[in-house]
Design a protein around this ligand. Structure first.
Ligand SMILES: [Zn+2]
Length: 872
């Protein structure tokens, strides 16, 4: 994420580049079904507040309780099954037009629904079925008294619930429920009503009260429901939006099209910006693995024309392969700031898509989402490949002032299928002559026609993503191989100039440039005195990038591409694309300018010492082995950050940069979250990825992913190190190279990564005696825990030596927590601590007995920082 406001506090945000730049792209990592995302987005931005108000007014107008004496009426005949429209748009509109059926209203007592670990009880109230379509009922509304209880099996998900609800289970009463489904919910409810001899009544008033929210929520639900209507092999869906007594409206869904089928959470609006707090997300008990993708990309051809006004007109040819037969709906991603103009099939026929142009225009107004669904004429058989072309236009490039351009919507400036995939890219660009454009891939066909420049960039190997950058650049090539070219602006962007003008660390603007608002130009201010321009640093940055490539090659193996373009980007973030790096302006500033811009020492260190190497490290970690899902992003960020620390340390060994940064992260992770007794580290484990950035603790993502992520890599490195060997790091290097070779241009999950560690683990790492690293990954990666240690000892002379015995006390963690804790002894005269041995903790107190050549004055715990624990 990009959090320029974090600059004043620490250097964290400088590195927080999250390969996928936008929230939308991060959502992609969840592999949520796009329909669900549309639902969430709509609920976030438009429908939910409306629905909530409507729900409340329904409640109020009905009086409490909603239940009233029923006029017994005879059971009306079931409505005739209306036919299912074959035209997708008509089907969508018909589904959106479905309303609660006034003739099918029931009074219910203790009606129960169970979906995976979620139990609903509709204690007392009224419900109505939706009108059927094609004989299928897809919705129910309920008002009255109800209760929902869910206990996730996964400890991490229970902890996540506790973050939001105070208790590790979902246990909420509600008074309204809006339920949509493509599973057999209707039949299940009907059966219970029959068993209870409940009779349907005609209750137009009840149906009428629900109409506003049925019409507000309907369209977003229709896309997901339609996906199953159009599929010959539908995957069941169950969704509830309930209005809770104490927490307001929240959502519970079980969707078999989602990687993690169960989702519990709440849409929120913060200062007009929509967000979604994921309270819990996990796989159902009966599905331990992800459903196979319906479609995977083979290649993308992207043709983009950038106008003089920086607007973008584009056309992407999407080449896909069907992995699963029977599916007609293809989920795509495209920036909400680009309006889709048409989708054409192989034979030039327009394909129906959602949202359409008019709906997309509305989405921009309400900042909806980055998702599109296209409907194929027929479901392709498994194994078949096919193309379609998507045309769009809009604004994703902003002017950051002084001729510095900012490419926003990184990752959604072209159309691509949702999910993490490697594919081939063929990019063509046409842009104004005054600017220089750089893109991912190998450049060819450069030409100039009047005021328009053109060029083509093709990937020689599969890429996880594709990107470009443009500005009024000056450029310089570094010497040596691979070919490194650096591009920088000749002036500072307005936001940095503004900082320099203010020149007071205490009075910094909280935001220097908000990339989530393309077109947002910093207000004009009188011209400043001459300032250093970033291009002055071209040579030095180029040399440093080349140097860090050579350093990283010694660890990771050969540079995976034949060149690297390094381009300046306004703001305080970096990003590592395949063969292309975005480097923040801050990395180009001389120290005095950075100082004058109000950056503290950590922020300056992060910008200068870590960011360039961090982004270079992503060439391997992210662009060779990519994250399989949002849960795996910590691997590439933790590794890139750690390798950058090693590089910075190697440059100035006397400054002990590695231990200083690790200690800095330890302090940050131990700090209490605002208004609570919990440490930041406790917010959630690294595998929560972007979910750590909830409305509760907005900075937790950076601290956990970058700080704890680096610590996890450091602990692995330390355990794989053999100090007695001539080449102590050989095993760590072997491990890194093995992962990069096995997952070359593939996605890498946390489970894959753990397996690779297990293939390289030393006997000393086998704490549980089962050749597994579960103890390590459960504690540090899938769990939160910061142990605290104290030591008590005594020593007795024994011949020429001393017997040192005592106990190591471990606190702040569960009793089953285990860790290898090295103990060192110091002599009364001080001097370097001598290693006694390692204590494998097995509870609150672990006894030890070592021999020492001298009588220890003091025992020091882990002086070489091999373990993350609390020091306070
Ligand atoms: Zn990164």
């Amino acid at each position: 994420m990009i959090l320029p406001s974090g600059l004043t506090a620490t250097g964290r945000s400088l590195l927080s580049d999250a390969l996928s730049g936008t929230v939308g792209a991060m959502l992609r990592f969840w592999r949520l079904s796009p329909a669900l995302l549309l639902i969430l987005a709509c609920a976030k931005t438009l429908s939910l507040p409306t629905a909530t108000r409507a729900m409340q007014s329904a409640q109020n107008s009905a009086g409490a309780p909603v239940l009233g004496p029923q006029a017994a009426t005879q059971i009306p005949p079931a409505p005739a099954a209306s036919p299912i429209p074959t035209d997708p748009r008509l089907l969508y509109e018909t589904l959106s037009g479905l309303r609660p059926d006034a003739t099918h209203v029931y009074t219910v007592h203790d009606l129960r629904l169970r979906r995976d670990v979620i139990n609903f009880v509709f204690t007392e109230g009224k419900l109505a079925f939706f009108e059927p379509l094609g004989g299928r009922v897809t919705g129910i509304v309920f008002s009255g008294r109800g209760h929902v209880i869910a206990t996730p099996h996964d400890r991490g998900e229970r902890r996540s619930l506790a973050q939001f609800l105070g208790v590790p289970i979902l246990d909420q009463s509600f008074f309204n429920a809006y339920i949509r489904f493509t599973d057999d919910t209707a039949a299940e409810v009907e059966r219970q009503l029959q068993d209870a001899s409940a009779e349907s009544t005609n209750d137009p008033a009840f149906a009428e009260r629900w109409k506003p929210e049925a019409s507000a929520l309907g369209p977003s639900q229709s896309l997901r429901i339609m996906t199953d209507y159009l599929s010959s092999d539908p995957l069941p869906y169950f969704y509830t939006l309930v209005e809770g007594d104490s927490v307001g409206p929240f959502e519970v869904s079980v969707d078999q099209r989602r990687d993690e089928q169960v989702l519990i959470g709440q849409a929120r609006m913060n200062n007009g910006i929509a967000s979604f707090d994921v309270w819990a997300s996990f796989r159902t008990e009966d599905s331990r693995s992800a459903p196979p993708d319906a479609f995977v990309p083979l290649d993308y051809q992207v043709d983009s024309t950038i106008g003089d006004d920086l607007s973008l007109t584009g056309r992407t040819t999407v080449h896909l392969k069907a992995l699963r037969a029977g599916e007609r709906v293809v989920p795509l991603e495209l920036s909400r700031y680009l309006t889709l103009t048409e989708i054409l099939s192989d034979d030039g026929r327009p394909l129906p898509h959602f949202p359409n142009e008019e709906e997309a225009e509305r989405n921009i107004a309400r900042r909806g989402n980055d998702f599109i669904m296209v409907v194929l004429p027929t479901p392709p058989p498994a194994g078949q490949d096919f193309h379609f072309q998507v045309a769009y236009r809009g604004n994703v490039i902003a002017d950051a002032g002084n001729g510095v351009e900012f490419v926003g919507e990184r990752g959604t400036w072209y159309v691509h299928i949702e999910g993490a995939h490697f594919a081939r890219f063929d990019l063509s660009f046409h842009w104004p002559r005054r600017l220089t454009l750089v893109a991912t891939g190998t450049e060819s066909d450069a030409r100039q026609d009047g005021d328009v420049k053109s060029g083509r960039w093709r990937s020689d190997v599969p890429f996880a993503t594709a990107g470009f950058n443009l500005s009024d650049y000056k450029t310089e090539a570094a010497t040596g191989q691979p070919k490194v070219q650096v591009f920088a602006n000749q002036q500072l962007e307005e936001a940095i100039l503004q900082r320099l003008r203010i020149n007071t660390a205490n009075q910094l603007p909280s935001t220097i440039f908000d990339p989530s608002r393309p077109g947002d130009v910093v207000p004009a201010i009188p011209p400043p005195p001459p300032q250093p321009n970033p291009s002055a640093a071209l040579k030095q940055v180029g040399a440093e990038i080349a140097d860090s490539i050579h350093f990283l090659e010694k660890l990771n193996g050969d540079f995976p591409f034949n060149h690297l373009d390094v381009t300046q980007i306004p703001g305080s973030f970096g990003q590592g694309w395949p063969e292309l790096v975005y480097l923040s302006t801050l990395a180009f500033l001389p120290p005095e300018t950075a100082e004058n811009a109000g950056l503290n020492a950590w922020a300056q260190g992060a910008a200068r010492d870590l960011m360039p190497c961090h982004e270079v490290a992503h060439q391997w970690w992210g662009n060779v082995a990519g994250a399989a899902s949002y849960r795996d992003m910590w691997i590439q960020e933790g590794m890139a950050n750690y390798l950058a620390l090693l590089y910075a340390d190697s440059k100035k060994p006397g400054e002990h940069r590695l231990t200083k940064w690790l200690d800095h992260y330890r302090v940050e992770l131990t700090a209490k979250t605002p208004g609570s007794d919990h440490a930041i580290e406790d917010v959630g484990p690294p595998v929560l990825g972007p979910r750590l950035n909830s409305s509760k603790i907005p900075e937790a993502y950076e601290m956990v992913i970058y700080g704890k992520g680096a610590w996890v890599m450091h602990m692995l490195h330390e355990m794989l190190r053999d100090p007695a060997s001539k080449d102590p790091d050989a095993k760590f290097r072997e491990f890194l190279r093995a992962v990069l070779s096995e997952y070359r241009f593939k996605t890498l999950s946390t489970e894959d990564f753990q397996r690779a560690v297990e293939q390289h683990m030393t006997p000393a790492m086998d704490l549980e005696g089962n050749h597994k690293m579960d103890w390590f990954f459960e504690q540090w990666v899938r769990g939160t825990a910061m142990p605290h240690y104290t030591v008590k000892f005594e020593s007795k002379a024994h011949g020429q030596e001393y017997i040192v015995s005592g106990q190591l006390e471990q606190s702040g963690v569960e009793d089953v927590f285990t860790a290898p804790v090295p103990l060192y002894a110091t002599t009364p005269g001080g001097g370097r601590p001598q290693r006694l041995g390692v204590v494998i903790t097995n509870g609150p107190e672990t006894h030890f007995r070592f021999t020492s050549r001298f009588r220890p004055a003091r025992i020091v715990i882990d002086p070489n920082m091999t373990l993350l624990y609390r020091k306070d």
